[in-house]
Design a binder for this molecule. Structure first.
Ligand code: EPU
Length: 421
């Protein structure tokens, strides 16, 4: 168990560099097993999810070498072994091994995925996609067994009930080597989907339309990685630092940003009155003056990301007047941070899955718990703003997705440490 200990109330300033996108990385690592040649990923974030995925790869005799931010994955000696519950439960994204193993071997035996506790997260659309490609899907002892027909998977038209990021990625991985054409309608449009398609296309896949709601995949015989792939910057990490800079920054420049990926988020933060200068691939966030309260409603990309509703909440608390409203349409039950913020003195509550935020001009340190990654980010920001000491238990959830967080915060002047308890 890890604890993050913060002595808050110190203004932060300086420069911070954003790492590669967690939600791309956790798909690209499983997707690497589709290659017949070694894969090199660059800009890989140093997060616990990557360590867990490397452990899963080693169970399949896939060798990994992770140096600084370059991850080499060599699937030459890969063996198709079942990935039972256990490690699989440690991260949601282990479900990408379903699509990747099915695509590579025509069979996948994978434990039910775990991951953040943010309300119900069904995978019916993933299953529907595998079945449409001709696979049979069985559940046995907390495992999902997915088997392609003897003649192999064949392309199909799949209409997703909702534009699911995970289902879109999983279907892409399963179908890149299926016979014929697969069409995904109502596909997710998140930048991470484009990153996966670019990665696979550079290995010889034929995927068109990624980033729109219709993706067409022409099956190919085999995939071979030839050039290193650089992962896109993490838009959620970037958005978290924008909120941090606006809450307690004394001038912070955030580097390695694709600003377009943050359009809706930045529009909302600027509506509050935060002043941001943008440069080619960096943003400078000025110390905030008097801020206005706003309403936030999360949506699929390019809307306001669900993963940023919690990190932006401490910023809403700094508004001068008014009542803020946060509605998470993607995960309505993603409200586990609210009772924790209340312990720190925040005037905030939940009614029927709607978060009501009132200006709170003083937060105090408290002992709180990070129920999941973005709740953890929210509490971390609140702790940095608060007077006195904040102890965040279950801080491992923060380390799952925030690249070198302790080091980055310290460089900005924060008094923070992560300890094992
Ligand atoms: N859904 C279904 N059935 C499905 C799949 C999804 O009903 O088969 C529903 C979900 O319950 C949810 C909505 O559709 O209400 C969208 O879910 P989606 O499948 O898009 O989410 P995901 O792929 O499981 C990824 C990210 C999440 C992020 C969401 C939304 C990864 C590993 N996870 O999850 O990231 O919140 O997309 O953008 O990429 C995080 O980083 O903190 C995080 C939770």
């Amino acid at each position: 168990m890890k604890q993050m200990i913060i002595h808050g109330g110190k203004p932060l300033k300086g420069d911070v560099w954003i790492g590669g996108a967690k939600n791309s990385t956790v798909a690209l690592i499983p997707a690497s097993i589709l290659s017949r040649t070694p894969v090199t990923l660059e800009g890989v974030p140093r997060i616990a999810d990557v360590d867990n995925l490397m452990d899963l790869l080693s169970e399949m005799d896939v060798k990994c070498d992770f140096h600084e931010t370059t991850l080499r994955i060599n699937p030459d000696d890969i063996k198709r072994s079942p990935l039972p519950a256990g490690k699989i439960k440690s991260l949601r994204a282990s479900y990408y091994f379903m699509g990747a193993l099915l695509g590579r071997f025509g069979k996948a035996v994978v434990g039910f995925p775990g991951g953040d506790d943010i309300g119900p997260r069904p995978i019916d659309q993933h299953i529907k996609g595998f079945e449409a490609l001709g696979a049979t899907v069985e559940n046995e002892n907390d495992q999902i067994i997915i088997t392609a027909p003897k003649t192999g998977l064949r392309g199909a038209k799949i209409h997703l009930k909702m534009p699911s990021v995970g289902a879109t990625m999983n279907i892409i991985m399963a179908s890149v080597m299926a016979k014929g054409q697969t069409v995904i309608e109502n596909a997710a449009k998140e930048p991470e989907i484009i990153d996966l398609a670019t990665f696979l296309n550079n290995m010889g896949a034929v995927i068109r339309g990624a980033g729109t709601d219709v993706i067409r995949i022409e099956g190919v015989e085999e995939l071979k990685a030839q050039t290193p792939h650089t992962i896109i910057p993490d838009r959620i990490e970037a958005g978290t630092y924008v909120a941090l800079a606006a809450c307690i920054g004394d001038g912070i420049r955030i580097h390695n940003i694709i600003e377009e990926h943050l359009d809706s988020y930045l529009a909302k933060v600027e509506e509050m009155g935060v002043v941001i200068d943008s440069d080619e691939d960096s943003l400078y966030v000025y110390p905030a003056g008097d801020l206005k309260m706003v309403q936030v409603r999360t949506d699929v990309y390019p809307g306001f990301a669900t993963d940023l509703q919690q990190p932006v909440t401490p910023l809403l608390l700094t508004a001068k007047t008014g009542e803020g409203v946060v509605i998470d349409q993607i995960y309505p039950k993603r409200v586990g941070h609210i009772p924790e913020l209340q312990k720190m003195g925040a005037n905030i509550h939940v009614e029927d899955n709607i978060i009501l935020v009132h200006p709170t001009h003083h937060l105090h340190g408290a002992h709180v718990s990070a129920g999941e990654i973005r709740a953890g980010a929210c509490l971390m920001l609140a702790g940095l703003m608060a007077d006195g000491e904040t102890i965040i238990s279950n801080a491992g959830n923060i380390l799952r997705g925030y690249d070198r967080i302790e080091q980055k915060l310290r460089q900005l002047g924060a008094e923070v440490s992560v300890i094992d308890v």
